[in-house]
Structures are given as structure tokens and as C-alpha cells.
Design a protein around this ligand. Structure first.
Ligand code: BGC
Length: 436
């Protein structure tokens, strides 16, 4: 059977986000999900509003130790999770030291199990006070966001070396919330969408510099531009000792897709433009202010951009999400990222598959293409399956089941799925053995 060996020090793990697993949040999403507008929308679609309330989610705020025991058992050596801003700063300027202590404990719980933490500072949700000020429409949003980040990073700097500022803020959030009216605050405005993107870039750059200042590094990534700098990751971070001033790596995570298809010359050209603009625009905007690129990849877009025609369904489909699966797409987008001369982490890749019928195949086929990208010179340093647990899947509620681990939302019992054990073999051997 063919063996695909991954580089030494390659990181293996899974990812989660605070609002989707912790439970009992109080933020702009929890306000919106019980609003009259949202209720009416769901009823009009003949859906039961109760199925779309995040509620206790997986109750991981209380059960994180159990979750990390499972991650350890599954041989994960890295774990990506997010911090919920609305817990840290529930009211403007009031920082909650108990909530901070909670996340300090979370990090210790990971380290105690030999798992490296990677922290996302923002994953879609906002404190209610911030949302009331317009969120990222507000010209001062970078100031508010930086103040929160400073507080968090100062408390965690000795134990955390990998930070992600924003998750899919420009490829998913700004469009869903300000252009397509799907997520709160449900605007439909090109102007607002553009303003939000601009403020998110400003916030990212400001926070990037602030975190580096806290770690005692220079504010600009000039060393990286000369092609050095990040290679220490994985080696010097392991022991956690030594000169901490350079032990920080700050990235940005965005989602990338790949458009295939096109029936004529015009559609093919539009597809090429789409792949370029949709996937690369924000990386150029934020350049050079990131030490690594976080890639979330799930599916392709068969719709031909520009023509708004949906091409016939092909081979492999993620029913619960309406996504078409195309493992080679991850290779295509990784190759696109090579130009930025930065290491890449696959910060999310996964499938909603409640019966666990094709999760193993999904993981293996994508990893085979990740391996190919590494052979072709892309510096991929780690892979995070989305997600460790079944969780609250935003506008889709609790139906889609992405977890390596099944969660019973009534009893909160966790059950490891068979595919998780297959992934665990890859994690421990640092290689994929598969006939693909
Ligand atoms: C998001 C996750 C989400 C996943 C599956 C990503 O866009 O970062 O929060 O659960 O996709 O939809």
C-alpha cells in the first residue's frame, strides 16, 4: 500500500470555536437567534426555531478536560480553539478576570496533556456592547479589538506561541453579515461590507503589531520577508524554554474554495478571475503582516461565477451543507498560497457526516493532496480536522455533524467515531497509508 510520509515536526490536531461548543454564551449571536426577525424567518421555512438555538452547545466550557482527554487519546499534538471576546469583556472596558482564568486553565489543560495550543482571537461572535456600536463598521473597531487582544495575550504569552487574529472574517463573515443578510446584523449593503473589510484589515494589522510588541519582537515581519524567521516553529516551541521574545507566530485564517467548470471561453475566464480574487485578495491586503497563513478548505464552487448558473451536480456531495467535495481543490489552493512565502497551517478541513460513512475517505483524500502540495514546495506545517466535536453549526443549528466525536446534545455524552481512530493512526505515525 502506498505510504505518504509527512515532514518531521508536522502538527496533527483538530479545531473548535468558542461559541460553537462552550454553551451559555451571551453575545450578538445569542441576541439574534431569539429575535423576532430570526424566529419569523425560521417559521416561514417551516423549521423549528428550537433547533437553531445555540444554548448549551456541547457544554465544553465545563467539559473541556474531558474533551482534551479524548484529543490526547486520539494522538493529537496540537489543538486550535477560540476565545470568546464577550466573556472576557462583557461590558465595554470591564474585563472579567474569572473568564480570563478559565482560558488560562484551558491552555494549561492542553499543555498538561502535551498538546500545543493555537488560539483564535475572534471567530464570528461579538460582545453585545460592541455590536451595538456597529461592530466592525465602527471606525474605532480596531481600537476596541486591540484592547481586548492586549488583555488576553498579556495573560497567556508565556504558554501560547501560535495566534490567529481572525477566522474567515473577510471570506465568510463580512459577506454573510453585511452583504447577504444571512447572519447578524443582517445587512445588505455593499458600502457596509466594504467598510467592515477595511476595518478588519486595520484591526488585524494593529493587533499583529501589538502581539509582537508584547512578546518583545519587532513590530514588522521584515525578517520573514527575507525568507527566514518562521522555521523555528515546531522545533523551538516544543520545549517551551529559551528566548521567548521570538517565540510567537501570528496568522490569519481565511476560507478558500476553488471554482471549476465553465462551458465556454467566457465562463472559464470568469472562473479564473474568481479563483484569483476570491482566494487571494485579502492575503494581498494584509501582507506582509502575518507569519503564517491559516487555510480553511472544505469544498469547491461549481457555480460559474458571473453567470450565476449552477452546473449539474457531480461526484461527491456534503448533503447537510449543500457543498460539493473535491479533494484536489486543497492542492490547487495551497499552490496559490506559495507566492506569499509563508508557512501554511490547514486550520480547518472536515465533513458533516452524521453516519460517519465517508469521513475517513474525506480526511485521507485531502491529506493525500496536502502531501502532494508539500512535495511541490508548499511549506505546510500542520493539519487541523474540523471539528473535534459535533457542534453548533451557525445558521444550520445542530443538524450538521462535523465531529470526530459524536455529541449527544441531551446528555452531553461524547462518543468517538470510527473515523477518528483512523485519523489517530495517521497522527501517531506521521504518515498516511492508503490506496487512493
Ligand atoms: C467555520 C466554522 C464552521 C465550519 C463548517 C468554517 O467556515 O470557521 O465555524 O463550523 O466552517 O461550516
Amino acid at each position: 500500500m502506498p505510504i505518504y510520509k509527512f515532514p518531521d515536526n508536522f502538527k496533527w490536531g483538530s479545531a473548535t470555536s468558542a461559541h460553537q461548543i462552550e454553551g451559555d454564551s451571551h453575545n450578538d449571536w445569542t441576541e439574534w437567534e431569539k429575535s423576532d426577525k430570526r424566529m419569523a424567518e425560521l417559521k416561514a421555512k417551516k423549521l423549528n426555531p428550537g433547533d437553531f438555538i445555540s444554548g448549551k452547545a456541547c457544554d465544553s466550557y465545563n467539559r473541556y478536560e474531558e474533551d482534551f482527554d479524548i484529543a490526547k487519546k486520539l494522538n493529537h499534538n496540537i489543538h486550535r480553539f477560540s476565545i470568546e471576546w464577550s466573556r472576557i469583556e462583557p461590558e465595554e472596558g470591564r474585563f472579567d478576570s474569572d473568564a480570563m482564568q478559565h482560558y488560562i486553565n484551558v491552555v494549561k489543560a492542553l499543555r498538561g496533556r502535551g498538546i500545543e495550543p493555537m488560539i483564535t482571537l475572534w471567530h464570528f461572535t461579538n460582545p453585545v456592547w460592541f455590536a451595538k456600536k456597529g461592530g466592525f463598521i465602527n471606525i474605532d473597531s480596531p481600537k476596541y479589538f486591540t484592547r481586548y487582544v492586549k488583555y488576553v495575550v498579556e495573560h497567556l504569552k508565556s504558554d501560547v506561541h501560535l495566534w490567529i487574529t481572525f477566522n474567515e472574517a473577510m471570506t465568510v463573515y463580512s459577506g454573510f453579515s453585511f452583504l447577504n443578510s444571512i447572519w447578524p446584523p443582517q445587512y445588505k449593503s455593499i458600502l457596509k461590507w466594504r467598510r467592515v473589510n477595511k476595518n478588519i484589515i486595520r484591526s488585524h494589522i494593529e493587533v499583529y503589531k501589538e502581539i509582537r510588541r508584547i512578546y518583545g519582537s519587532s513590530e514588522s515581519p521584515t525578517d520573514l520577508d527575507r525568507g527566514k524567521g518562521h522555521s523555528t516553529i515546531g522545533s523551538s516551541f516544543e520545549g517551551g524554554a529559551g528566548d521567548m521574545s521570538h517565540n510567537v507566530s501570528i496568522g490569519l485564517t481565511e476560507s478558500m474554495t476553488w471554482s471549476i467548470g465553465g462551458n465556454n471561453f467566457y465562463e472559464k475566464i470568469i472562473g479564473k478571475v474568481y479563483n484569483y480574487y476570491r482566494n487571494l485578495h485579502f492575503w494581498y491586503k494584509a501582507f506582509p503582516y502575518y507569519d503564517f497563513l491559516g487555510l480553511n478548505y472544505y469544498h469547491i464552487d461549481r457555480r460559474v461565477p458571473g453567470s450565476y448558473k449552477v452546473l449539474p451536480r457531480q461526484d461527491w456531495w456534503m448533503e447537510d451543507m449543500g457543498w460539493e467535495i473535491y479533494p484536489k481543490g486543497i492542492y490547487n489552493v495551497l499552490k496559490q498560497l506559495k507566492r506569499f512565502n509563508r508557512p501554511v497551517y490547514i486550520t480547518e478541513n472536515g465533513i458533516a457526516d452524521s453516519k460517519d460513512l465517508t469521513r475517513e475517505r474525506y480526511i485521507k483524500e485531502h491529506l493525500r493532496w496536502v502531501w502532494q502540495a508539500i512535495q511541490d514546495g508548499v511549506d505546510v506545517q500542520g493539519y487541523f480536522y474540523w471539528s473535534l466535536l459535533d457542534n453548533f453549526e451557525w445558521q444550520h443549528g445542530h443538524t450538521p455533524r462535523f465531529g470526530l466525536v459524536e455529541v449527544d446534545y441531551k446528555t452531553f455524552e461524547r462518543r468517538i467515531r470510527p473515523s477518528a481512530l483512523e485519523y489517530a493512526k495517521i497522527c501517531i505515525t506521521n504518515q498516511l497509508e492508503a490506496d487512493l
